[in-house]
Design a protein around this ligand. Sequence first.
Ligand code: SAM
Length: 220
Amino acid sequence: MIYAVGIGPGDPDMLPHKTVLLLQDADVISGFETVLNLAEKHFNPNAVRISMGYKDQSQKLEQVGELSRAGKTCVVCFMGDVNFSGYEYLERINNDCHESNPVIIPGISSAQIAASRTLTAFETSVFLTFHKRGDISQDKEFLVSALKMGKSAIVIPLPWDFMPAEISRYLIEQGIPSETKVNVFEHLTWPEEKSYSLTLENCKDKFSDVSIMVIGSINN
Ligand SMILES: C[S@@+](CC[C@H](N)C(=O)[O-])C[C@H]1O[C@@H](n2cnc3c(N)ncnc32)[C@H](O)[C@@H]1O
C-alpha cells in the first residue's frame, strides 16, 4: 500500500495526527531529501528511508512500488499539501511505482499559511502555481484576468525563471497598477522564515526558491 501524504509547510508540528501515526508505523518512507528532513522526527526509526533527487526519482519510486507490492506500508512525503502544486509528483507515483491511486492524506499547504498571514480568504482569491513543467503562458494570462476581476492571488513562483521580481514586472506590463500590494514569504513556518511587504513596483529582489507570493486585490 502506498500513501501520499502532505507533510506541511515545514514546521514538524504542523502535520495531521493521522499522518504522524502513519509515519511512526511505516515500513518505507520516501520523498525528496529536503522534504524528508522536515518531518523526520516522526519517522519510525526502523523504516527504510528512500530519499531521492530530481535525477533519480523514477528509479527510487520504482523501488517504493516493489516494496509496496511485497506487502510493505510505504509513505511518500510531499511538501505542504499534495493538492497544491503536487500533481506532477503524484503522476510520477502512478507511473514509476506502477501503482495507481495511492491513498492521499492532505497536509497544510504553504498557500494556506500565506493566506493566514495576509488574511486572504480563498473564496476571494485564486491560487496558482508556475512551479510546473512546460508552458506557463495560460497561467500568466489567468493571473492577470483574475487580478483584473478584483481577486487576490496566492502564487507559487517558478524557480528561477519566473520569480517574484519577474512576476511583478510582467503584471505591471499587463496593466496591473504598480502600487498593488505584494507580500513575499520565504520558508514559511521554518525557523528562518522571512516576510516582505512590498508593491509590484518595488518587488525587485531575488528571493529563495522556497518562497510564495500573495498579490493583493487591485480593488483594495
Ligand atoms: C512544487 S511546489 C509544492 C507546494 C506544496 N505542495 C505546498 O502545498 O506548499 C514547491 C514550492 O512551494 C513553495 N513552498 C513550499 N513550502 C513553502 C514554505 N514553507 N514557504 C514558502 N514557500 C513554500 C515554494 O515556492 C516551493 O518551491
